[in-house]
Write a protein that binds this ligand. Structure first.
Ligand code: FES
Length: 278
């Protein structure tokens, strides 16, 4: 694990004012990063520690890619940085890498910024020789991320938008369910995105008995299993998402508890964000 100041070599505003992509120079992390790993960064010495899943890694160029949603004070502060600026520090790669083996057909479901995180995992499944199907969704076409990146290596990319402006009108779970009804070669489903989406995907796959992996975005502080902030319940057992995960069996996760814990600091987060904007 390395902790070092890292420079932003490329910044792309994917959805202006809402979602951005950063390519960061950090050769040591780029060399070791595996699909499923995440990093924790700070913009300043007093800043909050922000966990972000690695969306891509290029060991030759010595860079990693991350995508974030501006949703509070810390990500708004991150959004003020431009190409050439350096993060205060970056710690990683953290978490367990995705378990990837050649199994047949794997469906990777992504929603919102989770599509970017899912991209690295889908790439791993493709490299392992799996028939890789991506199902991605957003509220409308202009909010859809990483479509072209996924189309460059996935065997199939299926799209759903809530308003029907692109692809299937409706949710990714409807596209997934239709596929599971007709395709018995599917051996695993991976889902990354908002908690309600990952819960819905897990409910959709359960009757089909298909292994389902979700990547949990619980609140994190140290990222090394010491503080307990990222505690989740999986199969009735306490797990720490930062060291035991972040990926778990979606059929075993207590999503209700996860939702409750994620909402615990909402009022304080809102106050802090308002103060930052003034
Ligand atoms: Fe502290 Fe996981 S973030 S135990």
């Amino acid at each position: 694990m390395q902790q070092t100041p890292c420079t932003i070599v490329k910044k792309e505003r994917l959805i202006p004012g809402q979602t951005s992509k950063l390519v960061i120079s950090c050769p040591h992390i780029a060399k070791k990063a595996q699909p499923g790993n995440f990093v924790i960064l700070r913009v300043s010495a007093q800043g909050e520690r922000i966990p972000l899943t690695i969306a891509d890694a290029d060991p030759e160029a010595g860079t990693i890619t991350m995508v974030y949603l501006v949703m509070g004070k810390s990500t708004a502060h991150l959004e003020t940085l431009e190409e050439g600026d350096a993060l205060h520090d970056l710690c990683g790669p953290l978490g367990q890498a995705t378990h990837i083996e050649q199994v047949g057909t794997v469906i990777c479901v992504g929603g919102g910024t989770g599509i970017a995180a899912m991209h690295h995992i889908a790439k791993g499944h493709q490299r392992a020789g799996n028939h890789t199907v991506a199902i991605i969704g957003a509220r409308s076409k202009n909010l859809l991320l990483f479509e072209h990146e996924l189309k460059s290596f996935c065997d199939e990319v299926l799209i759903a938008t809530d308003d029907g402006s692109y692809g299937h009108k409706g949710f990714v779970t409807q596209v997934l369910e239709e596929r599971l009804k007709t395709d018995k070669t599917v051996k695993e489903v991976v889902a990354i995105g908002p908690v309600p989406m990952m819960e819905a995907v897990s409910k959709t796959t359960k009757p089909f008995g298909v292994k389902t992996t979700v990547s949990l975005n619980s609140i994190m502080v140290d990222g090394i299993g010491m503080c307990g902030a990222c505690r989740v319940s999986v199969g009735g057992q306490v797990k720490f998402a930062c060291v035991d995960g972040p990926e778990f069996d979606g059929h075993q996760v207590d999503f209700g508890e996860l939702r409750q814990r994620l909402a615990a600091f909402k009022p304080q987060e809102a106050l802090s964000f308002e103060a930052f904007k003034e």
